[in-house]
Write a protein that binds this ligand. Sequence first.
Ligand SMILES: Nc1ncnc2c1ncn2[C@@H]1O[C@H](COP(=O)(O)OP(=O)(O)OP(=O)(O)O)[C@@H](O)[C@H]1O
Ligand SMILES: [Mg+2]
Length: 282
Amino acid sequence: MNGKPLLRLDDVSWQYESGRRPALSNLTLSLYPGEVVGIVGPSAAGKTTLLLALSGLIPSNYTGHFSGKREVEGELGIVFQDPETQFIGLTVEEEIAFSLENSGRPDEEIAQRIDEVLRLVGLEGFAPRSPFELSGGEKQRVAIASALAHRPQILLLDEPTSELDPKGAKDVFHLLQRLKQEQEIAIVVSSHATEELAQFCDRVLLIADGRIELDLPTRPFFGEIEELERHGILIPDAVLLYQELCRAHLLQKREEGVPLHVEELAAWCREEGIGPGGRKQT
Ligand SMILES: Nc1ncnc2c1ncn2[C@@H]1O[C@H](COP(=O)(O)OP(=O)(O)OP(=O)(O)O)[C@@H](O)[C@H]1O
Ligand SMILES: [Mg+2]
């Protein structure tokens, strides 16, 4: 990557006050403008802790031992796993306005921003609704709208779809995809939804035991099947099917690596003349 990173951790380690061992060990990581980075890892691996360290909430809002360096260039927004616990507004409008309250902006500009971010997340007309009386996916989108109201260059999201049904999860990932394309925001998202991460991220990190085990562009990342399985990471269907087809010598291993979605694998199969009824005889 060229240019200066927006956000950088340099040899960061962190141990919670009550922790028996470091939750993060010697993490070095750079985030560049417009980049979308996924974080996967087993439970208790340190995903949430890493996002807190990226945001700066660790060490500022937590007690424990921090070492290393954090450098940040841009404005930053963070969305937590369960946004409801953070809501304080009686209406969606108020909720987003609160997040701008200390910015000293005139009311007119605040109203404009609220309209803008609600449109961005597809919640036009939701301004007067209670944020508590929304579906899980809508709540998550209100939280994303609040974070976007500051026009951050970096958006951090901790498992934004883990509480949602498949439709709600898909909506949130579609929204993130749009933000990536239209707003050029750098996004860091932790998730167990590897199917979505495979299609959406530029780069993925595997965290285990507070360490970065893998940090690779998405395609080579999902090619590390054994390493991912060793850590209990869900392998996307397209990758598993590709592996089976290669093992059965129905498909040649591709130079570019594994497929990132089923449509891509289907196209490769068509190229090799594999279709219903098996391989065409030549
Ligand atoms: N506030 C805290 N005080 C002490 N220890 C904590 C605290 N929060 C997390 N930990 C510990 O730090 C380690 C990493 O936790 P973290 O929440 O970052 O994991 P995670 O990868 O987000 O897990 P999950 O997938 O379950 O959300 C765990 O061992 C956890 O017990
Ligand atoms: Mg977590």
